[in-house]
Unconditional design. Sequence first.
Length: 356
Amino acid sequence: MSIIDEHATESAAPPEEPEGDQAPLSVSTYRYPTGWYVVGWSGELEPGTLKLLHYFGRDLICFRGESGTAAVMDAYCLHLGGNIGVGGSVVGDEVRCPWHAWQWRQDGTNSLIPYSKEGCKKGVQIRTYPVLEWYGMILVWFDRDAGEPYWRPPVVPELEGGDYYPMHPHSRMVNRVKVHPQMIVENAADPYHIGPVHHGDRPAETTSFELHEYHLHATVSVNYGGGRPSTWLTPDGPVDGEVVYDTFGLGIGFVRFPPEVLASVQITGHTPVDEEYTDYFFVMACRRDEGDTADEPTGRAARWIGLQQGIIQQDFFTWENMKYLEHPSFAVEEAKNYAALRRWARRFYPADSFGQ
């Protein structure tokens, strides 16, 4: 059975976006694209636990009620503005403000003013955010205008059975990086950085590049072990394999590595913190070694995960020191896919956030 919340809505419609090769490439002035974003690990939020978060340029609280349901809402009590995440507490399935003990339900409505004959304030509601618990991650749907989700994260076949080691807690990692989340996604259109940045022996080659409503799918041919007769990863000599990229919105990315190397799936979350920083969440699962029934990866699988944790950080230096160009000078080989991706990405921003 899938561990995705089956009650996630799919009913809302996506915003319209410009189409065609002549659609403008102007950059959104708004920092926080619409979509699903990782805000934490499910296993670190026990029942009765409340955490203060800062994402999308705002303070949030994430808490799990005693019944086990997680909720995310703005951090500030609508009584006098107390920060519920600093000294607040969970009471049953509600949160209590530390200042005057006002209580708030998971839908953001006020349930109790303990000292008032009013009982509660009807019609007063803290902003809340749709939440999914998805393969050990807590996801939040963010939309500037509080629109409902119009897509949902996919089922991950590798994680639905026992053929792969579990992702948690053995591979998870979070890095706070000075980068816009869209820059992370643009790696899918950029095979030419693999050689200089990740030290590939020869250039990678994009073999397919598809853009759908909220889903980017690309395949890239990569050579492993080039120039060396044998490595721990390629003991029989260099091999070519197809790496598969799938990105959903601008907040969730997949990289699937080929069985010619080691069949594995990497999931990353790209969650904007503020106007400059993004939290880059990382988890990964590899196919089990034959006969291994333990949960913790060992041998080649553990070494492969460690290698990938290091490889993703090789991009950080460039991102943290670059200037994002609205009108880049694309080489002819990269122009089509890069431009298509940037036009596709426009749909995740408010329509009024683009220059004329």
